[in-house]
Design a protein around this ligand. Structure first.
Ligand code: HEM
Length: 313
């Protein structure tokens, strides 16, 4: 078999306009009932998507549904497990830490039309609400030209087309789980007052790019702790990539503003290396951004979803 992105969930395009992220915990009370609810979700998800695509063809609906390591062990104790799936228990940095959030299921829905995003999440929750509690629900949005809420275009150096498939989707290194992916979801709150006190040039030093034009700074201009330097995973001289689809969220009335980081990867160890670099190299972005959650989820291929739906695991 060779990799086939048409059998993947929506892990290689794109950040979307109206976005909902849900992290859920199973009740861990009645395994059989909870497993049935997950099987039903796996079964119905593509039908929900097909229906909304027929009704709203221009809405660019994209969905990814994921399962954490804890949930995999609980739901499918005798099934094979994706090679790199593990529980993310956090990273201790020099100055800042990245917490790990215990959670079982993950849903990432985006569409141009907010009613479409809402409809999908509501329909999926019909199956999952009786067997879960919500760990976090975040509603994100596209900000101007795809900028992070801190004003810089986010996603410029993302791999696209064949490269997105190369770096975003599991290949035959894990044949049972080919066309799956590893999603890392991490919610950050920004210290916006401190950020806004910086000049544009100071902010550019933090990110490593020009704010208005989005051009990369010259190497000699760049701070070694700039985000686009510190976060790189260049092990063995190879620039490893992931597919990032971050979006901002904000409740301005409550002075809550942040970035929901979401990175899809063929190799979880690449995302993990980037994270470890950020927190051990004191990435300057962390002086203005505090992570409040984080977990890795396996995003099954459509074929694996079918197997889950058919109770084959
Ligand atoms: C507060 C949260 C974050 C914000 C606002 C943010 C924003 C940005 C921005 C604006 C860029 C430059 C443009 C681009 O290439 O996309 C960038 C680059 C990058 N980000 Fe983040 N990011 C965040 C968290 C993370 C995390 C958690 C990771 C890794 C797990 C990460 C990995 C990267 C990498 C590797 C690059 C450089 C890409 C390259 O130049 O090849 N970012 N990010």
């Amino acid at each position: 078999m060779s990799v086939n992105p048409l059998r993947s969930q929506d892990v290689y395009i794109d950040a979307g306009k109206n976005v909902t992220f849900l992290m859920l915990s199973l009740l861990h009370k009645e395994q059989a009932t909870e497993k049935e609810a997950v099987e039903e979700t796996a079964d119905r998800l593509q039908a929900i998507k097909r229906s909304l695509n027929v009704r709203y063809p221009d809405s660019h609906l994209r969905i990814a549904f994921g399962i954490s390591s804890l949930a995999w062990d609980y739901l499918f104790p005798s099934a094979p497990k994706p090679n790199e799936l593990e529980d993310f228990t956090g990273i201790k940095g020099d100055k800042y830490d990245a917490p790990g959030t215990p959670a079982d299921l993950f849903l990432h829905v985006r569409a141009d039309d907010q009613s479409v995003t809402y409809e999908v999440v509501d329909e999926v929750m019909t199956f999952l609400r009786p067997v879960t509690t919500t760990v976090d629900e975040t509603h994100g949005f596209r900000y101007f030209e795809g900028r992070a809420i801190i004003g810089f275009v986010d996603g410029t150096e993302n791999p696209i087309d064949d490269d997105a498939i190369e770096w975003g989707i599991i290949h035959d290194e894990d044949p049972e789980f080919e066309n799956g992916s590893y999603a890392f979801a991490q919610k950050y709150l920004h210290q916006m007052d401190n950020w806004k006190d910086l000049s544009a040039e100071q902010q550019e030093q933090v990110i490593g790019r020009k704010k208005f034009t989005d051009l990369e700074q010259d190497d000699e201009e760049k701070n070694q702790r700039a985000h686009n330097v510190a976060a790189q995973d260049n092990r063995n001289g190879i620039e490893h990539k992931i597919v990032r689809m971050n979006v901002p969220f904000s409740d301005p009335g409550q002075n809550i503003t942040g970035t929901y980081f979401i990175g899809y990867a063929r190799y979880w160890n690449v995302t993990k290396a980037m994270l470890t670099n950020m927190f051990t190299k004191n990435d300057l972005i962390l002086d203005y951004s505090t992570p409040v959650s984080g977990q890795v989820f396996f995003i099954p291929s459509l074929d694996t979803l079918d197997k889950i739906a058919d109770n084959q695991y």
